[in-house]
Every structure is written in structure tokens, then in C-alpha cells.
Design a protein around this ligand. Sequence first.
Ligand SMILES: Cc1cc2nc3c(=O)[nH]c(=O)nc-3n(C[C@H](O)[C@H](O)[C@H](O)COP(=O)(O)OP(=O)(O)OC[C@H]3O[C@@H](n4cnc5c(N)ncnc54)[C@H](O)[C@@H]3O)c2cc1C
Length: 515
Amino acid sequence: MEKSSENKTYQCIVIGAGPAGIVATKELIEIGIKDVLCLEQSEKLGGVFADSYDNLILTSSVTFSMFSDFWVGNGKEHHFWTKDEAVTYWTEYARHFDVTKHVRFRSKVIEVKQSDEGTWHVEIESGEKYRAHKLILAIGNNRIPRYPEWKKKLKEVGTSHSSEYRNASKYKDKKVLVVGGGESGSDVAYEISKVAKKCWVSLRESTGWVVPRARGGHAADVSTHRGIWDLPRAFGAQLSPFVLKLERARKDPIFDALAELNDRVLARNGIWGTYGTKTLALPKAIAHHGCAVVEDITEILDGGRTLKTSDGHLLEELDEIVFSTGYNNQVLFMPDSLRNCDPRRLYKHMFHPEIGDSLAWIGWARPGFGSQFPIMEMQSRYCALVFKGEISLPESEVMIQESITDEASYTKQFEGNATRIRSLVDYHHYMNNLSKTIGCYPPIKKYFFLHPRLWLHLMYGPTQATQFRLQGPGKKVALAHDIIYKLPLSTFNHIVKAGLKGRLQYALKALSPFK
Ligand SMILES: Cc1cc2nc3c(=O)[nH]c(=O)nc-3n(C[C@H](O)[C@H](O)[C@H](O)COP(=O)(O)OP(=O)(O)OC[C@H]3O[C@@H](n4cnc5c(N)ncnc54)[C@H](O)[C@@H]3O)c2cc1C
């Protein structure tokens, strides 16, 4: 193995200083692993959000997006950060927890090797080399764009990926197709349809379950609470038509378009068999800016200037195609055997069963609903405990078996979505499982008797990160109480009522002699 540029071996190297790398570094420092180097290729903290489209507004509210132990400021709980606000929060967080001094910017990792004794050797673009006992990959899973096969046939039309999109100016008066309608695709389609001559969106299946970010000034994700999400996932099949009926009753063209998009969700568990698309951007594009939804592209003519869709549409004189078709889970600088790891083959989407406790992926679990940031934090807490030796990973065979069981359970819940989106997890199941492994699952029953007001927040307030600071390793009880009290509580709305109805239904079913 080559000589290192520094004559030392770090306790841990973290690659990437997006939100995942920042919180991972912070948790390592906090547990006492202080000799950490965080390598970041760009000049800024913040990852995707430091370099994304101009009008990006997060789809998870501030309440959900915040890390557990760093308050966002009073009165902002229902707010949705712009990308700059998000970066400011993480920059302040990094400064507060002394993370910044561990970050080496302009340090693009180009190769990682593991020596026979297990030490990680990391080389950056400048040729400098570093060594560490442990390694964290926090490079995000929005790095390597994925395209459909037919892209190769496009010779006469402009193409790009939504990760390159910054604003709609170049699409003015053009005929544009956006492929895919997830959260980024919806934003892109909305902006383009406002200025383009014509904008189509091609959807192979659904766009996930479309929900507005906010309702009546309240962040809609406040309803991502245990009151409803503790129910079995099959209840999603009842919840979906109920929610759709309410959306249609608004008699609003935007919500009619939303209902039509949600009608495309064919998952057995309805809303709980898919992922949330938490923005009204696409319904608005359809209702107010003439954006048209078409099905899958089946034929490419004139080098892509003309496209045929499976529902018989002919898209003619196309100028540009924007692919919002997701990303591949790859880490190109890792050794061959670790380059194409499937998140579902990693133990808890984090640890490679054959490598064990010297390598972790942080940020490769994307929740259907909820937010990715509390998941990154929970993963970082678990990883720090494992790296410190305070929790042991199971034997390799047990990890393999558990990841197979987890995959089967996600396939049962999400069907084809679980196969296609390899990082997709159920937010509540994932957070509950990992927090129980750590020992920081909130003491809900105890709080019912000792702190009934806080109990109400645990059940009917958003299941965000601070709930997991009430006990166990990393607990910060006073701070957690203080923050949880300030967080919004759901109103007695249709979701709370549906949850109560569901509980009654399942309780009666459990008592029934005809089960
Ligand atoms: C447009 C968009 C909007 C999103 N909005 C939300 C939202 O509202 N709520 C939510 O919960 N989730 C959201 N997500 C999902 C997820 O939270 C984000 O993708 C988040 O940025 C992931 O954080 P990360 O730190 O894992 O990865 P990233 O943000 O991608 O950060 C990875 C970092 O690693 C660095 N890096 C990569 N390769 C190397 C290398 N070879 N060497 C050194 N450094 C490297 C990158 O420069 C980057 O800084 C969104 C995703 C996208 C794409």
C-alpha cells in the first residue's frame, strides 16, 4: 500500500459534507471519536442544497428537517426552507458542534482501498493520501443520474438531467418533455410550463402520492405522527380513497389535477404503498399552465424530435428533454467489490455484512414520507456507537438474513416501488427499528403517566428527530422536552379522525371471534 501524505492514521474519515456528512461527523465527535477528517470535494457545506436549482424549496417542513438538538428558531416550525436557508442552518449547526474545523474542502476523493490489516487508504484528486481505521460514505445518492435505455437514440434533441437544471430561462418558447414526476421533476415541469411553448410530462406509473406541503398555513407533514402511522400499512388502502374524496370536494382545479395524479397509484396499500411527492407543483402546472401528462415513451422518431407514447400521443417538434429519472446507487471510487452496493443488501441500509464495523453508508435510506434528515441523524448515532465499540454488529450471516427479511417486508409494503427504488424505506418502521437497536425509542407509555402533555406531542406531534433524545445513549432530556413543547401539535383534523377510526377498527378485529 502507498505511503500516506500525513504520517498518521485517523480514527475515522467521512467522505462528503452534505447534511449526512455533517451530522455523521458531529455524532462521532460527540461520542468521543474526535480524530475525524471530513473530505468534501466542493467549497461549501450543504451537499445537494449548496448547488441545486435556483428556486428549490424543501418539501419537508423545518420541524422535520431540523436535527434533534439544534433549534431552528421560534415561529419557524411550519416554514419550508429555501436551499440557502437550509445551508445556513447546517453551517450554523456545524459551527456550533465544532464540525467545521474537521472538514477539508476542495478534496475530491478519487480512490479508496483497504489494506490487508483493514486500514482504509483514501486518495484525493490532488494526489494527497490519508489513512483511517473507519470510513463513512456520506456522498448522497443523488450523484449518478439514471436514464432510460431510449436516451441513447436521441440525436436531434437537447437532453439534460434534472440534477443539471438551474432555472427555466433556456426553455422559453420551446417544446419540452420532462420525463418523471417526482419532487424535482414536478418543480422542473412547473417552472418550464410557465415559459415554454408546450410542456409534457411523461409518467411510467404514478408520481407517488401527491400531497400539498402545507394546508391552511400549517405544514402538512405535522400529520406524519404516530396517531395514524402506528396503524398497519394495509390501512393505507382505506385512507387513500378517504383523502382523495376530501381533495375532490374542494372543487379546485389544482386539487382535481392532484386527485387525477393520485388515481394512478395502483399500490395495494395505496398512499402507504408508495412514496410522497410533497408539492403541488405538477398539479399547478397542469391546472394553470397547460402542462400535459402522457404515458411512457415507446417510439423514438427523427432522432428524438418526435416521440410516441404508449397511450397513443405523438409529441412533435420537440426541442428539449429533461430527465428526472432518478439516480444510481454507486460509489465509483470504492474498490470493485464495493462500487455497486445495493442499499437493500446493507445491514439497516448502512453496513456491509462482509466488511463489518469499519465502513458505513450514511444517507442511503430514503423514506416514503417523513424526511431523510432525521434518518441520517439516527444512522449517524448508531454508526458512532458501533465505531466506538458500545454496540456490536451481529455476525455476518445474521446481518445478511436480516437484510433479506427487511427487503421482503419492504417488497410486501411497497411492491414494485421497493424493487425500483432500492433505498426506499418506511420512515416510522425504519426510525422505530433503529432507535430500538440503539435504545433511544421514546418512552411513550411512561410519558402517558408522567408527562401527559408531552405524551400528546409524542403521539400527535410530528415523529421528528427530537423524540429520540428522551432516553438511551445520546439522550438530552431537558433540551428534548424544551424543543418538543415548542413543536406543532396536529389539530383534530381528518387524519387524526381517520387514525382513531382505524384504531377502533383494528381493536374490534382483534377481539372478534371470527378473525
Ligand atoms: C432537489 C432535492 C431536494 C430534496 N429535498 C428534500 C427535502 O425537502 N427533505 C428531505 O428530507 N430530503 C430531501 N431530499 C433528499 C435528501 O435529503 C437530499 O438528497 C440530501 O441532500 C442528502 O444528503 P447527503 O448528505 O446524503 O447527500 P448530498 O447532499 O448529496 O451531499 C453529499 C456530499 O458529498 C460530496 N461528495 C460526493 N462525492 C465526493 C467525493 N468523491 N469526494 C468528496 N466529496 C464528495 C458532495 O460534494 C456533497 O457535498 C432532496 C433531494 C434533492 C435532490
